[in-house]
Design a protein around this ligand. Sequence first.
Ligand SMILES: Nc1ncnc2c1ncn2[C@@H]1O[C@H](COP(=O)(O)OP(=O)(O)OP(=O)(O)O)[C@@H](O)[C@H]1O
Length: 580
Amino acid sequence: MLNYLQNKFALSQQGAKGLLKGSIYSALINLTLMLPVGISILLLSRLLEPLLTDKSNSPVLLKYSLLVILAGGIIYFVHYLQYSCVYLTTYQESANIRIKLAEKLRQLPLAFFGSRDLSDLTNTIMGDCTTIEHAFSHAIPQFLGSLISTLIIIIALLIMNWQLGLSVLWVVPIAFLMIFASKKLQKSSELKHYQQKRICAEKIQEGLENIQDIKSYSLSADYLADLDQKLAAAEQAQIKSELTMGAFVTGSQAILRLGLATVILVGSRLLISNQVDLLTYLIFLITAARLYDPLAANLTNIAEIFNVEIPIQRMQELEKQPVQTGKKDYQLADYEIKVENLTFAYQSEQPVLKDVSFTARQGEVTALIGPSGSGKSTMAKLVARFWDPDQGKILLGGENIAHLDPEALLANYTIVFQDVTLFNDTILENIRLGNSAATNEEVIAAAKIANCDDFISRLPEGYQTIIGENGSTLSGGERQRISIARAFLKDAPVVLLDEATASLDAENETKVQTALAELIKNKTVLVVAHRLRTIESADQIIVLAEGQIVEQGSPTELSKQSGMYSHLLELQKQSQNWSL
Ligand SMILES: Nc1ncnc2c1ncn2[C@@H]1O[C@H](COP(=O)(O)OP(=O)(O)OP(=O)(O)O)[C@@H](O)[C@H]1O
């Protein structure tokens, strides 16, 4: 049972135990709610005694009042137990699920995040977990609990009088069958609703991320019209999903109520033919009325349980994503990078890099150049193990990086890519990310080398200035320099630069280039470059075209050949003479 619950609802063992315990308490609640029915029947039998027998009696009010208080106490106590068990377990489990997801995300290859919409991931962590949380705290324990209590009550009724028992119970399997038969339809309409909601969330996120372009190209009207359309589609899908659910739930609830009619019919016949006494008949009438209420509520719960399967499946999909693992403890001979016969494709059959081999030696600068889309950035990302190659291997200091733990591997790298990521924190803390153990003085020293100090000291709070989400209050060049300062602070033996100085003006670029020259001393440096000027002093240039190495050598060697490098050099010279 525990295993079934664990697999079905993606629970931990502790969570499955809590759910089972909560369901038993829910069953106890349903059973204790029968206590008022029992007391009413006792009182009724006492009141009817003079009519049914010759005995006369006087109702003992005090006794029944005490019984009512006792029943109230028991009901309160069982509710309290159920509440504390179910809710505590649920919120604990829900926290565990979120932590497990966050841990999973931490282990996923960085490539995963490029292929997934981030609003979708946020939705899974926040929205899906809340949906599941509600189902675990309400629908599932109440449903399982009512199954247990109904079964016990059914057995008791059948023992009392099987004919009346059947007249109460025949509707139960039909009502449940109706709901279960509609499962496929309900799930598919809810899935459509769910997908429409995701499309809306993605559209809103896209709008927020690109608000600048939307405004500057006067696309607001188009964007809003498209969003309206998507919201209307989501609304339609929601109405359809709710209607589908409502039609089946209310239909099956109506069937349940038919049971009361059959109890009256069968009971009257049996009463007339003296096969049951009045008291038994009344017991069945009261019990039937009481039994159908939690069952009717549970028909709605079943629909919620069907629907919770969708977010559970999504979470399970995320959990099944392969993670990159590897050795955490390893010894590197040196920091030379050797790429051997590497072939790599993103998703399609068409490889982005084909049979690439080169060596980036320690203490040297190796530059990757080539036309746009030739695979330069992909190569740099493969070296950092954002993805694993389809064929061939990359060795760092003699170790195949595919066998190293990604986090342990990245400890050797300083990475400065085009897309700088900054956090909504102070400048000081943003730079300190490079080395959390660095002192304020070390952070400021790194900022000075990266030519950040000037603009930081002009800010009202200096290094304590909060820079907004992803450094939104800074210019592109300033953000890039902060990321370079971070790289200085990390000071790792391998440096990957992807267009590191792209958004700097000429003056700053020269300063940062000088600083970079300091940073890369005695390090293995792999630079992805567009402007050949910045790599004139590189030790080795790898020219990529359509994912293959077409030239390789020092700048002097390559400039003497009439290959792609010379051609690109020529183009660059011409562009310097252009004017607008
Ligand atoms: N995450 C991705 N998923 C699928 N294809 C991708 C992805 N990233 C890049 N590509 C494709 O891989 C090819 C190589 O891209 P890459 O960014 O490595 O080229 P590049 O030489 O660095 O280009 P640029 O100089 O324009 O930055 C391109 O055709 C690109 O469309």
